[in-house]
Design a protein around this ligand. Structure first.
Ligand code: T1G
Length: 695
């Protein structure tokens, strides 16, 4: 079937779009629609309906074409051809009309949709803004306030909500979309409905006082700190109010091009495709049969176990939560009940929805109750011996073919698998706390994990709305292994002369969600302290990298949980307060290790912490622990608060040029020694060859 086909049915012209998988507006599609609409101007049709084959209406411009030379007709040209039609053009929407797809519908004269459809302008998630009239037409239909929220968030709207806002004219409760769109078109013809152009709708300037925009910009400066596109979106919507349509379109196009050419958009478009690539396992066929996962058992009802359980209940999969005692079980189930109540309180779930999900989670203290589950996820204390005991027990209980997964953050999944007689069914599923919120899931492939087990878990991850990244077995897998080097440099900068506030502010201003020491206080300094108790001096490494943290823990400063750590915390607001007592500890430890403290620049702090990530990421890549550099980026952006508009550690290094990164790391090696700063061989090879991680 051609990418665009046309059928005159009675007095209505049907323009059918068919560009799988999501009807993205490639050059061929833009050309096909433009030519078809123009040709229909002279035929017997009295109205046109634009409808799409496949699973969705047009899902946007073809992102893979960005960065290539633009080819006419550009999307705005196509939309002007539709809008200029003197016959009413009706958009018939199903699936997700997003970005240029919704803009196409807005250039039509009428819009109808199935109730199951969603519409949105998610360009901001790509570091862009709607570049084909979205910022000019949405305010005219839905008002300025709704346009600001919709376009700066990029969130999709359900059809009913879109209709309430005036973006859709008709919503059909299921049934045959095309037939209902044809019926609607005949109604319009019978009523003599004109080719109603959105551009002809005025905006009352009183509805958009100047302070509305200035206040919105201040809000975005916090919510979307450091990002270009959200601020440009506000400027476009301001233009919709203050300028005639064509001038507003010109302003929009100019600001769109600025976003398109920005490193921020290149970074976010990289992440869009990297996330989809990460879900693909290179040596496992995409059509590998998956095992059915209709029921799940979770071992351990602590914070992690409870959060993990919710992920499955949220998508309708029943869960058995096992704890060692009824008291622990009730506590665990109580955490889950509290989480759902909090979600209802925030208005994100109705009471009924929360109740339905909560009812899917039951508790037990008897392993025998897990005999028939399809997947068990172990989330017990981070101790390899306890985990081995649990898996040995599961091996005697669970049915053949059940997948046995461990949520371990660091431990050797091969050793855990060896505790069973079925290593082929054992895999790692490393969730990130809070497990029911964080999107990242590291799927850890042990040496004997079967291909269909990996394929099943990678697909299951998407089904529970996680972003899966496959990792090999090493200490800390991908994210935590790299975090160790990042944390090392944070500690060394601290003892060598920086202050906690300077380190955290430098990284936060650079774009990290939180600075490393504030993150330590949030997680609890006692976690690292306890983990070090079981290690030899050799295993613990350079004492300068943990001496301050240990001293704080021994003073009872465990972080937020104890009211103080690297900072003091206001008991009411939990606001972070710089505490001079910490610098006393820092200076004592510096003296103990004979360090002459010195001044630091923010640049040195940022480069040491971020390049430590890059260098270890290069090693993870060359060892084959990660499949691709983009996989590492997905881990760090989705699990560790790395700014999406910088694309992840490896993309960021590529954007600087690996030669620059390599030379800086060589300087660090010369200043701080080879132990911490020997350049990864892969980084050196690529830098010397003038290549990138993403090549
Ligand atoms: N361009 C190119 N390829 C796309 C694409 C797009 N817009 N959307 C999806 N794909 C590919 C994707 O890479 C994957 O490929 C396959 O389709 C299935 O996608 C001027 C400038 C529509 C909700 O941001 O949100 O319009 O891996 O796995 O989970 O103002 O895709 O199979 O080879 O995500 O069912 C604005 C982006 C563009 C929407 C479907 N539009 N897409 O989700 O499938 S900018 C967007 C999505 C724009 C204008 C501006 C989702 C989806 P492969 P998938 P899904």
């Amino acid at each position: 079937m051609s990418i665009v086909s046309y059928e005159l049915r009675g007095d209505i012209g049907i323009v059918r779009v068919n560009n799988p998988p999501v009807n993205a507006l490639s050059h061929a599609l833009r050309e096909g629609i433009t030519n078809t609409v123009n040709a229909a101007r002279d035929d017997a049709s009295r109205a046109l309906v634009i409808v799409c084959e496949g699973r969705t209406f047009i899902a946007g411009a073809d992102i893979s074409e960005f960065g290539q030379p633009p080819r006419a007709p550009l999307l705005p040209d196509m939309l002007l051809a539709i809008e200029a039609s003197d016959k009413p053009v009706v958009a018939a929407i199903h699936g997700t009309a997003l970005g240029g797809g919704l803009e196409t519908a807005l250039a039509c004269h009428y819009r109808c949709a199935l109730a199951s459809a969603k519409v949105g302008l998610p360009e901001v998630k790509l570091g862009l803004l709607p570049g084909a009239g979205g910022t000019q037409r949405v305010p005219r239909l839905a008002g300025v306030a709704a346009a600001l929220d919709m376009i700066t968030s990029g969130a999709p709207l359900a059809a009913a909500r879109a209709a309430d806002l005036g973006l859709l004219d008709r919503v059909f409760d299921g049934g045959d979309l095309l037939q209902q769109a044809l019926d609607y078109s005949r109604e319009l013809i019978a009523a003599g409905a004109p080719a109603r152009r959105v551009r002809d709708i005025g905006i009352d300037p009183a509805s958009a006082p100047a302070e509305l925009f200035s206040q919105y910009r201040e809000k975005l400066a916090r919510r979307a700190r450091g990002q270009l596109a959200p601020q440009h979106i506000v400027s476009c919507i301001e233009a919709a109010v203050s300028q005639p349509m064509d001038d507003g379109l010109t302003t929009e196009r100019q600001l769109f091009m600025e976003c398109l050419q920005s490193p921020q958009s290149a970074a976010m478009r990289h992440l869009f495709f990297a996330e989809r690539e990460a879900a693909k396992v290179k040596d496992i066929a995409r059509d590998t049969p998956r095992r059915e996962i209709a029921s799940v058992g979770i071992i351990g009802g602590g914070t992690m176990g409870g959060g993990i359980a919710m992920n499955f209940a949220n998508v309708g999969i029943p869960v058995q939560l096992l704890e060692i005692s009824d008291e622990a079980l009730q506590r665990g189930l109580g955490i889950i009940t509290g989480n759902y109540a909090a979600t209802v309180k925030k208005g994100k779930l109705s009471e009924e929805q929360a109740a339905r999900r909560r009812q899917l989670i039951s508790g037990t203290t008897d392993y025998a109750d897990l005999a028939q589950v399809d997947l068990v996820i172990e989330a017990v204390f981070e101790n390899i011996d306890i985990k081995k005991q649990v898996f040995a027990k599961l091996d005697t209980i669970c049915k053949p073919g059940a997948i046995l997964a461990t949520n371990t953050s660091y431990q050797d999944v091969n050793a855990i698998a060896a505790a069973t007689g079925r290593p082929q069914d054992v895999i790692g599923m490393h969730f990130f706390s809070p497990a029911n919120v964080m999107r990242l899931l590291e799927v850890v492939r042990a040496d004997k994990t079967a291909g269909d087990v990996i394929a099943t878990v990678m697909q299951l991850a998407k089904a529970i709305h996680k972003v899966p990244v496959l990792s090999g077995v090493c200490y800390g897998f991908i994210g935590n292994r790299m975090l160790g080097h990042y944390g090392r440099e944070a500690q060394l900068c601290l003892i060598e002369g920086a202050t906690p506030e300077q380190i955290d502010t430098a990284l936060q201003n650079w774009g990290m969600a939180m600075g490393p020491l504030a993150v330590g206080d949030l997680a609890g300094l006692d976690i690292g302290y306890k983990a070090r108790q079981g290690l030899t001096e050799e295993q613990k490494g350079d004492p300068k990298t943990y001496a301050i943290a240990d001293a704080l823990v021994e003073m009872g400063r465990l972080g937020q949980k104890s009211g103080s750590g690297y900072y003091r915390y206001d008991a009411e607001t939990r606001a972070r307060i710089v505490d001079p007592a910490v610098m006393t500890v820092v200076e004592e430890q510096a003296q103990k290790y004979g360090i002459e403290r010195r001044a630091f620049t923010d640049e040195e702090i940022v480069n040491r912490l971020i390049f430590a990530l890059v260098n270890e990421g290069a090693r993870i890549l060359e060892e084959g622990i990660a499949q691709r550099a983009g996989d590492i980026d997905i881990v760090y952006v989705n699990g560790y608060g790395f700014p999406a508009y910088r694309g992840g550690p490896m993309h960021y290094a590529d954007s600087l040029g690996l030669k620059t990164v390599y030379e800086t790391i060589c300087e660090f090696r010369d200043r701080f020694g080879e132990k911490n700063w020997t350049p990864a061989p892969l980084l050196q090879q690529l830098a010397e060859a003038g290549r990138r991680f993403s090549d």
